[in-house]
Design a protein around this ligand. Sequence first.
Ligand code: KIV
Ligand code: ZN
Length: 507
Amino acid sequence: MRTIKIFDTTLRDGEQSPGASMNLSEKLEVANALAELGVDVIEAGFAIVSPGDFESVREVARTVKGSSVCSLARCVTKDIDAAADALNDAEQPRIHVFLATSPIHREYKLRMTPERNIEAAVEAVQYARKFCNDVEFSAEDSTRTEIDHLCRVVEAVIDAGATTVNIPDTVGYATPNEMYQRIRDLLERVPNIDRAVISVHNHDDLGMAVATSLAAVRAGAGQVECTINGLGERAGNCSLEEVVMGLKTRSDVYNAGTRIVTQRLVPTSRLVATVTGLKVPRNKAIVGQNAFAHESGIHQDGMLKNPTTYEIMVPADVGFQKTDLVLGKHSGRAALADRAKTLGYELDPKQLVHIFEEFKKLADRKKNIYDDDIRALIEQQIHEKKDKPEEIGWSFVSYDLRCRTGKEPHVILKLRYGNSEYAKETSGGDGPIDAIFLAIRELTEKDISIKEYTVQSVTDGEDAQGEVAILINQSGEIFRGHGVSTDTIEASTIAMLNAVNRMLQKQ
Ligand code: KIV
Ligand code: ZN
């Protein structure tokens, strides 16, 4: 069995998904979760892009132990300098340089001859090697590159010192068979190929990113680049959880495994969904809520007789816990901490005190408290902690709302900012939530438009909590917010304030 390296780029390519940007503390939280998950390489960002990106790479590099930490860089000295600088404190640094190699990119984007293309790649790899022994080269748009040229590039960068050579399907164009053949061609035609690990980095434009990655492994690739929940540019990247479980479940075909602690897949997926605001579809393979749900009577009957009739994986192996009635009004703090731990959250004493208070309030409003309620409470705390430092930020106090069909809603909204309370009485809007948003706009004096608003229930049942996710737009910049409550109007208010606070923080 070969061990395939898992290179996670959630913090770089994943963050390029519209609306998925993360702040520094969220990136650190995700980076720690990735290290716990057992990924081999964490691509922490693209250091040259902005001071914020540089700081994130530097902080992830300082914090993470046990996984390599990597920064992306173009084949340009100032990019490589920034990457090397940001990675200075990493336990295991990696510099990742990339240059497009396909004729389309060479002619239209780079205006480079094939010879200059090879020279530029070689110069960058040689320069990066001055700072770091672990250098990856990516031939962007490899799958649309002439195979002869690609072989020449790969041979040259390995001679120049690249230790990993990545063959990305940048535009998600390749079929699994083509990808298999491309990796075989490289293995057979590049004389020094045994001196580097071959990697793939496949996008999902045609929904084939996981299939092309698995085909590449079967052909001999030793590293797969992927993201949690398949986040990424456009249709996204190869999904980490799918490729890892594909390898594990069909090791008979691939004869390969990974170092991933698969029981951490669901908690990590949920963390990334929470911090990015990009929800996982219910029917998403491996980590979707329905991935192990059986509705049909025939299936349920088979499952009762023997779970392997309809399940090819054991839910607990990917981190699913049975959703049961777990805690009630009389449960203590230790029981809550224990349950949180089972769900994959390590709470520090301060977090536990806060979450326990919220848990007690929830127990007064809701009869049955399920695992998903506890998860929502913890995730809400993650949002609050990161986005609402006590000094700056609005928080919800109360609302008084009157709505009748055919009449404008009327609202009195009270909010807190710092130590002061503010109230606004206003009429207008299309319904209760619109009226609340109108009052928020007036109180915060911010000209905000709503780009996206979704509400879903956290669990089943009439007293289920509503979870609201919102994207707001101010002067072309997008900010997201998240709120949970048994009262959907309150959840919407909290979500909106959460987004406004993010905006204030940025400003
Ligand atoms: O999709 C791509 O080609 C990339 C490279 C920078 C690796 O993201
Ligand atoms: Zn990419």
